[in-house]
Design a protein around this ligand. Structure first.
Ligand code: HXC
Length: 275
């Protein structure tokens, strides 16, 4: 969608949006939506080459970009990336906590370190991001967006680690909304459903499962990265200036089905059943 047909093209002019995991997928899609509306962008992630490629795409949209690698599990590296962004672009107006890790694994086969890895990237990484950014956000009376998932409120087979991490994120989001409202800082989560063309979908949905899910999701399709980017723009905009502490679910109605259908499809596929 041409965002400027809905929003003023200068809505985020000279605003600074910092996105963890911004080198690809939903997070890069969010970055592009903000860039289209005049924002400058800071991105971090583990792989500098991926960030450099993403920076070129964002610069082509007119954004000034700082792309400095940092693993969200490393608070010092994260702080350095955010400080470099501030030095070049100004203090952060919008923080998007998007970095995440996921793999499907039955709980009985998951090692403690496998569980910990996802908790560390998703939950601790989101806390680190907020903690390292809060002084900048106080300056701008900024906004924080967390990328959650349906696993936070519906149990999905093979996702015990992810459900725990995302539920933790949403709970923490509400705590921060409560504590930081006095600084004018708003905190909200977006819970995307399956989003086409992302690493997350590739990891969670064997080919046949994606096709069959489309028949069952009430809106009968996967989401797109722009579906989520547009919501991020809305939640960070003045249109949402009285919204804090909410989880906005954007999944085409998938959660209305529960997780039994996904579980059946994915278990059948993994056992070689196909369709
Ligand atoms: C079982 C696994 C596993 C798998 C890793 N582990 N992959 N266990 N099944 N498929 C275990 C390892 O054996 C190890 O435990 C522990 O996890 C840590 O693995 P490392 O590879 O050393 O960790 P690290 O290099 O830090 O990588 C983190 C990761 C990896 C999460 C494991 O997959 C990753 O980097 N992911 C980032 C990209 C990603 O996942 N993108 C998709 C996000 S989508 P042991 O015991 O052997 O030491 C998303 C959407 C969610 O989050 C919701 C969608 C609807």
């Amino acid at each position: 969608m041409d965002l400027t047909s809905v929003f003023n093209k200068d809505l985020f002019k000279d605003k600074v949006v910092f996105i963890t995991g911004g080198g690809s997928g939903i997070n890069l899609g969010i970055a592009k939506n903000f860039a289209q509306l005049g924002a400058n962008i800071g991105i971090c992630g583990r792989t500098q080459e991926k960030l450099d490629n993403a920076a070129k795409e964002l610069e082509a949209l007119g954004a000034k970009v700082v792309a400095k690698s940092a693993d969200v599990r490393d608070a010092d590296a994260l702080s350095a990336s955010m400080e470099a962004t501030k030095a070049a672009l100004g203090p952060i107006d919008v923080l998007v906590c998007g970095a995440a890790g996921n793999f499907p694994c039955p709980a009985e086969a998951l090692s403690p370190n496998g569980f910990k890895s996802v908790i560390d990237i998703d939950l601790l990484g989101s806390f680190n991001s907020c903690r390292m950014a809060v002084e900048q956000l106080k300056e701008t009376r900024g906004s924080i967006l967390f990328i959650s998932a349906g696993q936070a409120f519906i149990p999905y087979a093979m996702q015990a680690h992810v459900g725990a991490a995302k539920a933790g994120i949403d709970n923490m989001m509400q705590n921060l909304a409560l504590e930081w409202g006095k600084y004018g800082i708003r905190c909200n989560s977006i819970a995307p459903g399956p989003i086409e063309g992302t690493e997350g979908a590739a990891r969670l949905e064997p080919a046949n499962v994606a096709k069959q899910m489309d028949k069952l999701i009430p809106l009968q399709r996967h989401g797109t990265v722009d579906d989520i980017g547009q919501i991020a723009v809305f939640l960070a905009s003045p249109l949402a200036s009285y919204i804090t502490g909410t989880v906005l679910v954007a999944d085409g109605g998938q959660n209305l089905l529960g997780s039994a259908i996904y579980t059946e499809l994915v278990l059948k596929e993994m056992a070689g059943g196909g369709d």
